[in-house]
Design a protein around this ligand. Structure first.
Ligand SMILES: C[S@@+](CC[C@H](N)C(=O)[O-])C[C@H]1O[C@@H](n2cnc3c(N)ncnc32)[C@H](O)[C@@H]1O
Ligand code: SF4
Length: 389
């Protein structure tokens, strides 16, 4: 793959090139315990998960079932908590992908990690396994907020984790932050962003706390606990964005900020409607106009793979008009926007599009659509999804 080091994170050329990259996602579901807001495919020790090695062996088998493809530009090992695995175990998975597909020049291998799992020895081990980018689930540097999010680490562990990763030689370090938790003031959020930026991350993902159905948080809100407040979330988003900008981190997607050269290729591929393979519990992939998803129950996943079957729960062909609408829906999240194409042209010609452009929310620059007010991206997305052929 061409090196894109010189492109600004929000460049249209970079955003559009990502459509042709080859990516893969691997899911590691293990977590020490489940955070109250999380609805990802996760298994905790009390759920009789069995040895991690059994899951790793199943991943290697599943990778072997995938038809041959081209060398990978980007691999994202997400979770769950990939840092719950031993570096040697993750090395087996990366080696299986290297053998089956190979890796392109300048490839990116990201792993998610929780700060409490991280020290110099594990950092060296994961580097040796082939990981070159690490994404820490920091969420906050405020002890009250960390407690309300049910996290197991403290602020010092998060700072140390980033420093250790940088010293170990990872090409790129990301921190995930969450704003809007109960007990978080604007001053606390400002302090969190300040402390996060002081660690000099290459990339920051900044998410508003979402109340996902079926989670402990959702049950608490249903029972009368306060839900995240929309105005408070908007204020914190604006404040966080300004602080990122001042620190030289460019917003290139609604919630993602990077220094030049540090955009995350796996996500860029997905937002460009590119193709990516998926392995592991609950993983979603996209190839040859088919979106497929794996089973979400660990016992079902292991049984299916160990009996020689792909652990697929379902697949949908996305072609024709629905593919065109999806292209705009995904691309509009990027600061670089998306080619209008036939769906964009229809949006601009209709009442919704005219209103969005008139209100300064959406712009049309020579056939390229851009959302000018990222906080209102969902409003544009709804208009895109309501288009019909
Ligand atoms: C699924 S976690 C996996 C990584 C790691 N286990 C962790 O907790 O950081 C990836 C990221 O998703 C974000 N996340 C998960 N659930 C969320 C929610 N309900 N609202 C906002 N962000 C969420 C968090 O920022 C988290 O770092
Ligand atoms: S947020 Fe991360 S650590 Fe918490 S349950 Fe979800 S995947 Fe696990």
């Amino acid at each position: 793959m061409e090196s894109f080091e010189l492109h600004a994170p929000d460049s249209a050329a970079l955003a559009d090139a990502a459509r042709h990259w080859r990516a893969a996602y691997v899911h590691i579901p293990f977590c020490a315990r489940r955070c109250p807001y999380c609805d990802f495919a996760v298994v905790t020790p009390d759920e009789q998960v069995g040895p991690h090695r059994r899951y790793v062996d199943a991943l290697v088998s599943e990778i072997g079932m995938e038809p041959h493809w081209q060398p990978l530009d980007a691999l994202f090992i997400g979770g769950g908590t990939p840092s719950q695995l031993e570096p040697d175990q993750l090395a087996l998975v990366i080696a299986a992908l290297a053998e089956r597909f190979g890796f392109a020049a300048h490839h990116e291998v990201t792993m998610e990690a929780n700060p409490e799992d991280w020290d110099a020895e594990t950092a060296d081990g994961f580097l040796a396994a082939g990981v070159n980018r690490v994404s820490f689930g920091v969420q906050s540097f405020d002890a009250t907020v960390l407690a309300s999010l049910g996290r197991l680490h403290n602020a010092e562990q998060a700072v140390d984790a980033v420093h250790v990763a940088k010293a170990a030689g990872f090409d790129s370090v990301n921190i995930d932050l969450i704003y809007g938790a109960v007990g978080e003031t604007v001053a606390s959020w400002r302090a969190t962003v300040e402390r996060g930026l002081a660690t000099e991350p290459d990339h920051v993902s900044m998410y508003s706390l979402t109340v996902e159905p079926g989670t402990a948080l959702s049950r608490a809100v249903g029972a009368g606990a306060p839900a995240p407040d929309e105005d408070d979330l908007a204020d914190k988003y604006e404040l966080g964005s300004e602080m990122m900008d001042r620190a030289g981190l460019v917003r290139y997607e609604v919630s993602n900020f990077a220094r030049p050269g540090a955009t995350v290729r796996y996500n860029m591929t997905a937002w460009a409607q590119g193709e990516y393979l998926a392995f592991g519990l609950g993983a979603h992939g996209h190839r040859e106009q088919v979106r497929r998803r794996n089973v979400r129950r660990l016992s079902a996943y292991l049984d299916m793979v160990e009996s020689g079957n792909r652990p697929q729960a379902g697949a949908d062909r996305i072609g024709g008009w629905s593919r065109e609408v999806e292209r705009v829906f995904l691309g509009i999240r990027r600061a670089a926007g998306v080619e209008a194409g036939s769906a964009g042209a229809q949006l601009l010609a209709g009442a919704d599009g005219q209103r969005l452009v008139g209100a300064g929310i959406l712009s049309d620059d020579w056939g390229r659509l851009r959302v000018l007010r990222p906080l209102l991206t969902d409003e544009v997305s709804r208009a895109v999804l309501s288009l019909s052929p």
